[in-house]
Design a protein around this ligand. Structure first.
Ligand code: ADP
Length: 187
């Protein structure tokens, strides 16, 4: 199973990603986690990514695509993978299509977690990560609307998009996601 998980910052994607991984027992590919690790280790990629992340801007496509290409070729990912936080731009999605076509690994579906903006800002402000300062949060939401939302149409046109209401308790939200997953697995 190869899935993409899309949602604005603060939508509860991290919590739900953990549940999806436990349910499907597939590998996790989180560009946010991989980028934070690169920043912490001060690798060349991390050093170039940090300035963008600190501002709430997207890291340039070529940096992210290189990280993803490496991760996708690892054996655990080849068997099935949850792409969490990637792709985030149409250019990234096109690169991903090429990578997956090259290795004969089609996408099974794209799950969008939908939450209204007021709820997002509230959740993020209570989290306390370095990039959860109010002005950085606002910039991440702007980046989501401008650069990531166009992806929804890209995948809708391919018949891959499944939108899930992200409002409610983690159990309620996961029940909605699980019914999409069960539908995909039967598919
Ligand atoms: P959130 O969904 O809360 O914004 P992430 O951990 O997914 O958190 O991302 C944190 C930051 O890492 C983003 O604001 C961005 O700077 C960078 N980042 C993560 N994934 C990508 C990506 N696919 N393309 C560009 N930048 C990314």
């Amino acid at each position: 199973m190869r899935l993409i998980f899309i949602g604005p910052p603060g939508a509860g994607k991290g919590t739900q990603a953990e549940r999806v991984l436990a349910y499907l027992k597939i590998a996790h590919l989180s560009t946010g986690d991989m980028l934070r690790e690169a920043v912490q280790k001060q690798t060349p990629e991390g050093l170039s990514a940090k300035q963008y992340m600190d501002r709430g801007d997207l890291v340039p496509d070529e940096v992210v695509v290189a990280i993803v290409a490496r991760r996708l070729s690892e054996p655990d990912c080849a068997a099935g993978c949850l792409l969490d936080g990637f792709p985030r731009t149409v250019a990234q999605a096109e690169s991903l299509d090429k990578m997956l076509a090259g290795s004969g690994q089609p996408l099974d579906g794209v799950i969008e977690l939908r939450v209204d903006e007021e709820a997002l800002v509230k959740r993020l402000a209570s989290r306390g990560r370095a990039d959860d300062q109010p002005d950085v949060i606002r910039q991440r939401l702007v980046a989501y609307r401008k650069q990531t939302e166009p992806l929804l149409d890209f995948y809708r046109q391919q018949g891959l998009l499944h939108s899930v209401d992200g409002l409610g308790t983690p159990d309620e939200v996961f029940a909605r996601i699980r019914s999409v997953l069960d539908h995909l697995q039967r598919g």
